[in-house]
Design a protein around this ligand. Sequence first.
Ligand code: FES
Length: 102
Amino acid sequence: MSMPSLYKVTLIDTANERHVIHFKRFEYPNLMELIIDNTYDDIGDCKGRAMCKTCLVEPINPKEVTGINFINIPEDTDYVLACQIIVDKHINNCSFKILDRD
Ligand code: FES
C-alpha cells in the first residue's frame, strides 16, 4: 500500500516566525483551518464564510497564486482570504504571510 503523498506549505506568522507545515490533500477544509491548527494566530472569526477578513494572507510569491484553487475566486490576489483557499497540491511549496489583524 502506498503512503498518501504529503504536501508542504510555509507560513510566516504574525510574530514573523516561519512554520513549514506538511499536509495531506484535503486534510483541512481550507487554508484558514490549517493555519489555526498549526500556529498561535487568532483568525477565522466568521468560520470561513468570507465575512470577517481576519484570515487575510499575503502570498509571498504572487506568481504562485495563479495555480491555486479557490472556493470563491478573489478579485484581488495581492492579499487573499485563507478560508477561500483549497488545501491541495496546488498550494504545495507555496508561502503565505499571515497578516496582523490590527
Ligand atoms: S474566516 Fe472570516 S473571512 Fe476567512
